[in-house]
Design a protein around this ligand. Structure first.
Ligand code: AGP
Length: 616
């Protein structure tokens, strides 16, 4: 939610900021704005709508050349997405500008106090209060912008990343973070601040991860980090292991298409280096000892959205391979039901971004109760892995499209690895059983590539169905979360009614929804070994077809039982039942992407959404 960029250096600050905002636009795209310090003056421009609107305004009214500045792309929380509420926000004198990601919870009280003291606030945002508080604190801090920001931060409640520039401190930009992300990019004679490294990756791959409740000052020649009281603070420096090309569309119409195509490589990268020469799994970022893992008597997986669906699938693998009871819960619900947690509970927190606020709050609750938390995450240096006891990175590379695709498949692989590792450590799986699953996993990149090669009929079907108002998805066992994921993709991209059901539940109510011609997409498990799940879902498909539904079936190559009962069959290579979601999800991603494109929607930036949801 909200993308933030700050720059100090020899280049055109505006060029650096606009390029950074373009890469961060996935975080929010309700409005955008910039502020520059140029020739002893502060200049600012902001516009409702996408970054393109701001660029058009800048083309009409060019700003002065500047080497210091800040920029913002917004996902609205307080105040409608209008020009007036767009960031940056200025103080009464127009000397300083503030951009913000998060929610300042005590803003109403702060705002009332400011108005009593004669400040004139011109927007409906919580952020503007910070600009006016800084206006008061800057002289009190003898013109030290970082000190002024520290004083203001001590008055704020809630979650925030703040970045500030001031006309009387023309060679510095300062930032602060509590619960929301902010990273420093260290360049040669220049430095950057941003919500994530993609904003400055074209200029430097050396980053500094800021800790909780820290204030940072960047200058051309250095970076200073303190806590909110002004004490020197330590922060982790790291090298980003991907480059600017990974954050580009690379010839695809949408980032989502590119990320779908990257899945074979992403899955291979998640598996890379996890199996040692002796064929044993070694998860070196685990930071939990084998002894600690042997003490675990319950696992709770927490996550949101697509990551939650990965967690639902993980439960089947964890319980089957480790015999440890496993619950899966939406992070936004978790802490409010007073879950039973203790030292023997392992909480697995799954997040692509590592920033999702609902999940962060849930994991903090779990740790407060003494549970150990293992994060499965794609974003190095983000808050969730930093606050966990252990982390398994998925190494999928940057995921830019709001709809998660490679993030999901790699989360699944990471979950399988954790389940196998627990099976190995606790002795519930023989070595050769683990090796056999690992071999199956190693075959997955090739099989996913095979699925992708056969997607033209799925695209055709999506175009044909683009005027439908409703689509249902059915699955059983691990196919049920796949159905939920297929429906979520369609909702978020195509804005049509889509629902996933456990196929056995149909007869308990949802079957009433079936009417003539309604598309129903069913995920059919492998037919081998007299798979009872297979036979049951074949019956469920017959039930909906008998009531007029148009049955679209995802089934294994060679599964001829579905030919007579399906209107369309989408074929996937054979795979063990537990691993099938790595294949069956892919056509559903392609289907949603193509259908949304055919409707003329912005696939990468669906309405009302943002990639990282950093508010509760
Ligand atoms: C998926 O397509 C979504 N846009 C969304 O559900 C996402 O998976 C969810 O917000 C969780 O994000 P995270 O993995 O970054 O925590």
């Amino acid at each position: 939610m909200c993308g933030i960029v700050g720059y100090v250096g020899p280049r055109s600050a505006l060029d650096v900021i606009i390029e950074g905002l373009r890469r961060l636009e996935y975080r929010g795209y309700d409005s955008a704005g910039v502020a520059l310090i140029a020739g002893g003056k502060l200049e600012s421009e902001r516009r409702a709508g996408k970054l393109a609107n701001l660029e058009a305004a800048l083309a009409e009214h060019p700003m002065s050349e500047a080497n210091t500045g800040i920029g913002h792309t917004r996902w609205a929380t307080h105040g409608a997405p209008t020009d007036r509420n767009a960031h940056p926000h200025l103080d009464c004198t127009g000397s300083l500008a503030v951009i913000h990601n998060g929610i300042i919870e005590n803003f109403a009280r702060l705002r009332a106090g400011l108005e009593e003291r004669g400040h004139e606030l011109t927007s409906d945002t919580d952020t503007e209060a910070v600009a006016h508080l800084l206006e008061e604190e800057f002289p009190a801090a003898d013109g030290d912008l970082a000190e002024a920001l520290r004083r203001v931060c001590r008055k704020l409640q809630g979650a925030f990343t703040l970045v500030v520039t001031h006309v009387d401190a023309p060679d510095v930009v300062v930032g602060a973070r509590r619960n929301s992300p902010l990273v420093v990019g260290r360049g040669d004679g220049e430095n950057f601040l941003a919500s994530d490294v993609s904003a400055f990756i074209a200029h430097t791959r050396e980053a500094v991860e800021l800790g909780q409740d820290q204030v940072v000052e960047i200058r051309r020649d250095g970076v200073t980090v303190t806590d909110f009281d002004g004490n020197p603070a330590t922060s982790r420096e790291y090298h980003v292991d991907w480059d600017a090309s990974a954050a580009e569309k690379g010839g695809y119409d949408w980032f989502m298409l590119k990320e779908i195509e990257e899945q074979p490589q992403a899955v291979a990268d998640t598996l890379l280096g996890r199996i040692d020469v002796a064929g044993r799994l070694s998860l070196d970022e685990m930071r939990l000892s084998d002894e600690e893992l042997r003490e675990i008597d319950k696992i709770i997986v927490i996550a949101c959205g697509t990551a939650f669906h990965a967690g639902l699938i993980a439960k089947y693998a964890i319980e089957h391979w480790t015999r440890i009871p496993c619950e899966v819960e939406l992070a936004s619900e978790f802490r409010y039901r007073d879950p039973i947690l203790d030292r023997q509970t392992l909480v697995i927190a799954i997040s692509q971004s590592g920033e999702t606020m609902d999940l962060l709050m849930a994991l903090r609750h779990a740790r407060d109760q003494g549970s150990r938390v293992l994060a499965i995450c794609n974003t190095n240096g983000s808050t969730i892995p930093r606050e966990s006891d252990a982390v398994l990175y998925t190494h999928a590379g940057p995921e830019v499209a709001v709809a998660s695709t490679k993030g999901f498949l790699t989360q699944l692989v990471a979950c399988y690895l954790v389940a196998l590792y627990l099976g190995q450590v606790r002795g519930t799986k023989w070595g050769d059983e683990i090796t056999s699953v690992v071999d199956d996993l190693r075959a997955m990149p090739g099989k996913i590539a095979q699925v992708l090669e056969g997607m033209e009929p799925v695209r055709e079907l999506a175009r044909e169905l683009c005027e439908e108002r409703s689509v249902l998805f059915l699955g059983r066992h691990v196919g049920y979360p796949v159905a939920l994921e297929g429906a979520l993709k369609l909702k978020e991209l195509a804005y049509i009614h889509a629902e996933g059901f456990a196929a056995g539940e149909l007869k308990h109510g949802p079957i009433a929804l079936i009417e003539n011609g309604l598309p129903v997409i069913a995920i059919v498990p492998p037919p081998r070994g007299r798979n009872i799940l297979h036979d049951k879902i074949v019956s469920n498909i017959q039930e909906v077809r008998a009531r007029g539904a148009r049955a679209i079936v995802i089934a294994e190559e060679g599964d001829t039982t579905v030919d007579a009962i399906a209107d369309h069959v989408i074929r996937i290579p054979s795979a063990p039942t537990l691993l099938q979601p790595l294949l069956s999800t892919v056509p559903l991603q392609v289907f949603a992407c193509e259908l949304a494109s055919a409707k003329g929607h912005d696939v990468d930036q669906p309405r009302n959404l943002a990639k990282s949801v950093t508010v509760e």
